[in-house]
Design a protein around this ligand. Structure first.
Ligand code: ATP
Ligand code: MN
Ligand code: MN
Length: 350
């Protein structure tokens, strides 16, 4: 898209994050950290709109070609609201923003962070626990808080799961899964997606995408792979979801729930043998692994959708919808107008 915004000093900025080069290492780290803390805090309070506004502002700063030294350099750049500008100004002038520091020290923020880092605990659960007066992981155990099987596993492996996964560990898990799929269905490919595919040196989990070049062969693969891995004592926890795409009566309406896809998948915790690092004494470490199975015809969309980042995906879908009148998700890209026509047509005799 051509409509780039010109910044003072000759900098240019495309309006959608998915059109901008956003390097992993950039020159405005203190600013983006401050904004992302506020984005996180807004998410904890259920203010999705406010959270998105801070995330957008941070995303713009990540794409700047150099270090920002004054607010004026940004000019009237859209995508950075009043509140974000104040935060940026504070950090530029004082090195810190009082509001951000207050948030970081607040009991609510710290507790929400602690609880949402448990595998299987989202903002709603964490918030309920906070309201009930729970503050620590020990509180959860001592007060007999009712936990799902997933949360119990999350709590049991809390420290391991909050230790970053190194690229080498991700590759090692990828090879283990590769070995398993070759036994279950030769020819199946295993692709490392998520943050590692974006070049991040470490991540919070390992995202692996499975597909087979012959359509339909992938059916039933996941449960066999997981059983085999389990029989090798490689799995500490897992829960699987069936493919629900075929069960859908039609495509999601544009702007509908576009976050969760419908692939068959397995959310798991692997037992990874390690020599060094935090698990060295025991000889193993717990690692979160997402396994996703895509039919070959949907694989390109699945790969794109599972590479992230979350913000990049959101922006890509917004671009498709607003600039191209198309719907993009992890299954397909299609012209939304034609689908609506088709639906109208089906409606006449249905
Ligand atoms: P990290 O290094 O912290 O793991 P990441 O970018 O890999 O960072 P993930 O949460 O693993 O983050 O997600 C990777 C991508 O997979 C996301 O950008 C998202 O688009 C997609 N994704 C994750 N969970 C789901 C889900 N339940 N349904 C659909 N897509 C998902
Ligand atoms: Mn990931
Ligand atoms: Mn993941």
């Amino acid at each position: 898209i051509e409509s780039r915004h010109r910044l003072r000093g000759g900098w240019q900025m495309a309006p959608y994050a998915c059109q901008r080069r956003t390097p992993l290492l950039h020159s405005n780290q203190p600013l983006t950290e401050a904004l992302e803390t506020l984005a996180e805090e807004a998410g904890f309070s259920g203010s999705e709109g406010r959270s998105l506004a801070f995330t957008r502002a941070a995303s713009v700063l990540k794409a700047l070609p150099g270090r920002l030294s004054t607010l004026e350099e940004l000019g009237p750049l859209p995508g950075i609201g009043e509140h974000s500008r104040r935060v940026i100004q504070d950090v530029l002038e004082d090195g810190v923003c009082a509001e951000v520091e207050r948030v970081k020290l607040s009991e609510r923020y710290q507790t929400m962070k602690l609880f949402t880092k448990i595998f299987g605990v989202g903002v709603r659960t964490a918030s309920r626990w906070y309201q009930e007066g729970l503050r620590t992981l020990v509180d959860l155990q001592e007060r007999g808080t009712k936990l799902t099987r997933q949360q119990q596993a999350g709590l049991r492996h809390y420290d391991d799961l909050n230790t970053p996964v190194e690229r080498g560990e991700a590759e090692s898990i990828s090879r283990a899964v590769q070995g398993a799929v070759q036994r279950c269905l030769p020819g199946t490919s295993v692709t490392l997606a998520g943050g590692f595919r974006r070049g991040k040196p470490h991540g919070h989990d390992v995202d692996l995408l499975l597909t087979h070049p012959e359509a339909g062969r992938e059916a039933g693969l996941l449960s066999r792979v997981v059983s085999w891995l389990d029989s090798q004592d490689l799995i500490l926890y897992q829960h699987s979801q069936e493919n629900s795409y075929a069960l859908q009566e039609g495509p999601e309406p544009p702007g509908g729930r576009d976050v969760m896809d419908r692939f068959e998948r397995c959310f798991s915790i692997f037992r990874l043998e390690v020599q060094g690092g935090p698990g060295a004494a025991r000889g193993w470490k717990a690692v979160r692994v997402d396994l996703v199975v895509a039919p070959i015809s949907q694989f390109p969309f699945a790969l794109l959708g599972w590479t992230g980042s979350r913000h990049f995906e959101r922006e890509l879908r917004r671009f498709a919808s607003h600039e191209r009148k198309m719907v993009l998700n992890s299954h397909a890209l299609y012209d939304s107008r034609r689908v609506w026509q088709l639906w109208a047509y089906v409606g006449t005799w249905g």
